[in-house]
Write a protein that binds this ligand. Sequence first.
Ligand code: DQA
Length: 143
Amino acid sequence: MRISIINGPNLNLLGKRETDIYGNIPFEQFMERLKSKHSSVEFSYFQSNVEGELINELQRVGYEYDGIVLNPAGYTHTSVAIGDAIAAIKAPVVEVHISNVHAREDFRKLSHVSGKSAGSIFGLGLKGYELAIEYLLSLQPSR
Ligand code: DQA
């Protein structure tokens, strides 16, 4: 079972960025927790602040991996191209947002990603990534 986790812009600053909204755990630290919890899963983790690099990574893993957990961050609300990439690939994508995007500014209510994804989780903090992984694991027939 291979799961790809892809984070968009500014999520490299988790732990020091607007900690009241995003918490104070760096994502690398959280990744270690995920890996030890799911030792049978082969994870890949990719973060970029660049839209095209996120699309390249979606295309790279999208025909090889069993599922993708994607937090496109600010590009969620602007990127038709990331939505198109999700529609193009084979792996199921779960969209995750740490904060409750529907309880914030209006511009965060638009997602170019939700309609192309298997499902979306928002507002549950880093727990959202864990729930997305649980869902992807549940798709595996051998489990
Ligand atoms: C975010 C929500 C986005 O609106 C914001 O631009 C982010 C993070 C979240 O995880 O809550 O950078 O995707």
